[in-house]
Write a protein that binds this ligand. Structure first.
Ligand code: ADP
Length: 186
């Protein structure tokens, strides 16, 4: 089972990714996590990535494609994988398509978690208050949501046109949302 997962900040993408990984016994590959461990390990990729990440910019597409290409051929990916945080650009999506075709890997689906913006903003404001970090104002949070949809729209169109996009409502109980995801994968 080869999957991608996308979702706006606060939608619970990490939680659902973990549950899908466990359900299918596949690898959960978060490119943010991979890059952070490369930095930790002071590898050459990490050193290159660090300057971009610290500046809040995207790491170059070639770097990401190289990482993903290597990662999805490792033994823990034999049963499949769930890519998270990647692709973030159209060149990454096109590069991934080529890599997967060359490896004879078939993308089963792209899970797009959606949620009402006002609900997400309320949720994130509350989370900030509970953890004593209320520096995130509703405006900042709303702005991040808008950036997500703006940046992700071309990718959603790309995958929609290929017939693999599955929109899933990300509001509700954790287990219910997982069931919705599993249902759209049938
Ligand atoms: P966030 O969800 O806060 O953006 P991530 O952990 O997904 O956090 O990513 C952290 C940083 O890693 C990004 O800001 C970016 O610099 C880099 N990164 C992660 N994935 C990608 C990607 N697919 N393309 C380019 N840069 C990436």
């Amino acid at each position: 089972m080869k999957l991608l997962i996308m979702g706006p900040p606060g939608v619970g993408k990490g939680t659902q990714a973990g549950r899908i990984r466990d359900y299918f016994d596949i690898a959960h590959l978060s490119t943010g996590d991979i890059l952070r461990s490369e930095i930790e390990a002071r590898s050459s990729i990490g050193t290159e990535a660090k300057t971009y990440m610290n500046a809040g910019r995207l790491v170059p597409d070639e770097v990401l494609l190289k990482i993903v290409q290597e990662r999805i051929t490792k033994p823990d990916c034999v049963k499949g994988y769930l890519l998270d945080g990647f692709p973030r650009t159209i060149p990454q999506a096109e590069g991934l398509e080529k890599i997967m075709t060359d490896l004879d890997h078939k993308l089963a689906a792209v899970i797009s978690l959606t949620a009402d913006e006002n609900e997400l903003v309320n949720r994130l404001v509350k989370r900030g208050q509970d953890s004593g970090r209320s520096d995130d104002t509703p405006e900042i949070i709303r702005n991040r949501q808008n950036i997500y949809w703006e940046q992700t729209a071309p990718l959603l169109d790309f995958y929609r046109s290929k017939g693999v996009l599955r929109d899933v409502d990300g509001l509700g109980k954790i287990a219910e949302i997982t069931d919705r995801i599993l249902n759209v994968l049938k």
